[in-house]
Write a protein that binds this ligand. Structure first.
Ligand code: TXA
Ligand code: MG
Length: 317
């Protein structure tokens, strides 16, 4: 069956597919997720197969509202304040889980990641579904996240079941990088993965915040992740490119492309993954990324580019 047959804009079909144990490529404002009914272990297990993701890497739960979130996790005062301030939006809170959440979702951990996405299509699917949807980014494990329905089909079309699964097209993602992950189970609260809810945003609520240092507890914090097939060089460089060799990288070499992300953070984040994907499609050997400063959304862009620069992971188990 041709891949484009997976794509639909029919929300009722998507909700029916989820109820029937199918997987749905789900648009969110950050990146597309690969969603399954979180109460259906067999469906959740198929997410790991489709992605080639090692089982045990915990999945984020997506819910429509705080009431549903509180059936899945125990929200401390701080977690409540963060949820009230930044929901719906590009933020995932790690909280202690309740017994309603399956080990298949959390990889046996006692915490669970919960997100209330703002994308109107995701919000409507969640509202009609009523429960929680488990959804990692809808890419093959370790590779670049998808920001369009077409990216999802290109990555996962060959790993989905045309009789069960589909991809809901909600247009290109407006944020373009994954949600900020905030661990509220430790003190001080820790920003595990920077995103569009920035450290400055969090400062308005939190007395203190630990950065993503210390022992790595989120798989997205592995040194290598988000990687295209081509080489990625991250370069801090002010001003115009006077020379063809920047920080030892020959930016004028054949099959090398310069990606200047220094100016508009919103646009840079939104387009980053499409640019990395395009480099592979166009047969580019190396992308030289001119890095933004680490302020605001720049921190998330730098994080993803550094991980892309670390290259692809060895094949998953
Ligand atoms: O923007 C996003 O967050 C997207 C959209 C689809 O919501 N989702 C996403 O999921 O990026 P994923 O699975 O690709 O990345 C989530 C990261 C993974 O590195 C996972 O290991 C980590 O969050 N994570 C999830 N639950 C966790 C938990 N209980 N403890 C530690 N890390 C957790
Ligand atoms: Mg991911």
């Amino acid at each position: 069956m041709p891949h484009f047959d997976f794509i639909t804009i029919d929300i009722d079909r998507a909700v029916a597919a989820l109820r029937a144990g199918g997987l749905v490529g789900l648009p969110t404002e950050t990146v597309y997720g690969l969603a399954a009914d979180a109460s259906n272990d067999a469906a959740v297990d198929r997410i790991f197969s489709a992605k080639g993701r090692p089982r045990g890497h915990p999945l984020i739960l997506h819910v429509a509202d705080l009431d549903t979130a509180e059936r899945c996790g125990v929200f401390s005062d701080v977690a409540h304040q963060l949820a009230e301030r930044f929901r719906p939006g590009p933020m995932t809170l790690l909280v202690p889980r309740t017994s309603s959440v399956s080990d298949t979702v959390t990889g046996g951990r006692d915490s669970v990641g919960i997100r209330i996405p703002a994308h109107p299509v995701a919000a409507e699917v969640l509202r009609r579904h009523g429960g929680a949807l488990a959804a990692p980014s809808a890419n093959r494990f370790g590779e670049v996240s998808p920001t369009t329905a077409q990216h999802v089909v290109a990555d996962l079309g060959g790993h989905l079941d045309p009789d069960l699964d589909l991809v809901l097209d909600g247009g290109p993602c407006t944020v373009g990088v994954e949600s900020s992950i905030i661990d509220t189970t430790c003190s001080p609260v820790q920003l595990l993965r920077p995103g569009a809810v920035t450290a400055d945003d969090l400062d308005t609520i939190l007395a203190s915040l630990a950065g993503p240092s210390g022992p790595s507890r989120a798989a997205g914090m592995m040194a290598a992740h988000y990687a295209p097939a081509c080489a990625v060089h991250a370069v801090d460089h002010d001003g115009p490119l006077h020379s063809l060799v920047v920080d030892g990288v020959d930016v004028g070499a054949a099959h090398t492309r310069v990606l200047d992300l220094r100016d508009n953070h919103d646009v840079a984040a939104r387009e980053l993954y499409s640019h990395l994907r395009a480099a592979d499609i166009d047969g580019i050997d190396a992308v030289v990324v001119l890095m933004p400063p680490a302020t605001g959304l720049g921190a998330a862009i730098r994080d993803r580019v550094m991980k892309a620069a670390a290259g692809r992971q060895p094949p998953a188990d």
